[in-house]
Write a protein that binds this ligand. Structure first.
Ligand code: GH3
Ligand code: MG
Ligand code: MG
Ligand code: MG
Length: 327
């Protein structure tokens, strides 16, 4: 026979479970060693439209939790082998466990038992014999709160994205660049690893705007940002819009030779765009110049010093004829 906890999401063929439950409904994990109570709880939760999975031991509860990530757990406090308190603690450590409410079900309401419930990380408890109205309202409220929390987290991560991204080019903005450079420098010096910085400036971009107009200029910056990003491939590397038509590339764990390789790829990538630039004095197409600098492990270096060094390289690349890199 199919184990009792393998229902709903796991076995769509099990019509007795799925016919009633909406696949988008919250998933309730019921954990109780007593089959009778388990079944009553299941009926009650299904009546309220939730999806249900069950486990009859703490160990099984952990397995089911890890596999199905339920939205709420109804957890019997008193079970043989692994009791509800231990199980609750272990759930907190599982992925998603710290934001999934655990509602403990306990026959004991003495001070020590109550304290144990909350110390184990449960969000609340109901007592046995179960007052069904209380249970249902608590489940409903806890699910609402968990949902609200999830929405807040989504909004927060969207906000984080917005404050660190340049709206025109969709690469990191100056703020993100400053923060990243600061903390990567600290990290690289701790790890005794080099860090490279490339400053990349579009050649004769004022003339491009003058020739084709500002909107075309904006479009061009988007394409260039994309081309630079495509040329930078290691996780941990950061491409940022440093200012108007200047981009910066942070390359942690990269020495001078590695940075030169990246600069060559960036130049190729931009050249391959073949964006016509009739007024450019160095090419028929849009080109970029780059300044490269690199820290050595053990060296005292600040973001300002590093940027200045890259800027000197950039100035040199411009002076030497543009469409090239220099250190
Ligand atoms: P060089 O090869 O020496 O870098 O010449 P340049 O013309 O690129 O240098 P300059 O710094 O004089 O001009 C940069 C131009 O970039 C000026 C400005 O109009 C343009 N620019 C800066 N930000 C934007 C932007 O967001 N959109 C557009 N369309 N143009 C921008
Ligand atoms: Mg029990
Ligand atoms: Mg410039
Ligand atoms: Mg320029």
């Amino acid at each position: 026979t199919v184990p009792h906890f393998l229902n709903s999401r796991q076995s769509p063929s099990d019509s007795s479970d799925l016919s009633k439950s909406d696949p988008d409904a919250p998933l309730v994990l019921i954990v109780d060693d007593n089959w009778l109570i388990q079944d009553l709880l299941r009926q009650m939760m299904e009546k309220d439209g939730y999806q249900v999975v069950t486990a009859n031991s703490g160990q099984q509860a952990l397995e089911v939790f890890a596999r199905l990530q339920p939205d709420i757990v109804l957890l019997d406090a008193s079970m043989p082998v692994m009791d509800g308190y231990t199980c609750c603690q272990l759930i907190q450590a599982l992925p998603g466990g710290d934001r999934t409410p655990v509602l403990m079900i306990t026959a004991l309401e003495d001070t020590e038992s109550v304290n144990r419930v909350f110390e184990a990380g449960a969000i609340d408890f109901v007592t046995k014999p179960i007052n069904w109205a209380v249970l249902r309202q608590r489940v409903k409220r806890l699910l609402q709160q968990a949902n609200l929390y999830k929405q807040l987290q989504t909004a927060n991560s969207e906000l984080q994205r917005l404050v660190s991204i340049d709206s025109l080019t969709q690469v990191a903005n100056r703020r993100c660049f400053d923060e990243t450079l600061e903390h990567e420098l600290v990290r690289m010096s701790r790890e005794q690893m080099p860090l490279a910085l490339i400053l990349c400036d579009v050649d004769f971009f004022k003339l491009y705007n003058d020739t084709y107009g500002h909107l075309e200029g904006d479009w061009c910056l988007k394409k260039i940002a994309r081309a630079i990003s495509d040329a930078v491939c290691r996780p941990g590397d950061l491409v940022a819009r440093y200012g108007g038509e200047e981009f910066a590339i942070i390359l942690p764990r990269t020495d001078a030779a590695g940075a030169v390789e990246v600069a060559k790829r960036v130049r190729n990538s931009v050249n391959q765009l073949q964006i016509p630039h009739a007024a450019s004095q160095v090419s028929d197409y849009i080109t970029v110049s780059m300044g490269i600098t690199c820290t050595l492990p053990g060296e005292e270096v600040t973001p300002a010093k590093l940027i200045r060094a890259a800027d000197i390289g950039l100035y040199r690349a411009k002076a030497q004829g543009r469409d090239r890199h220099s250190d």
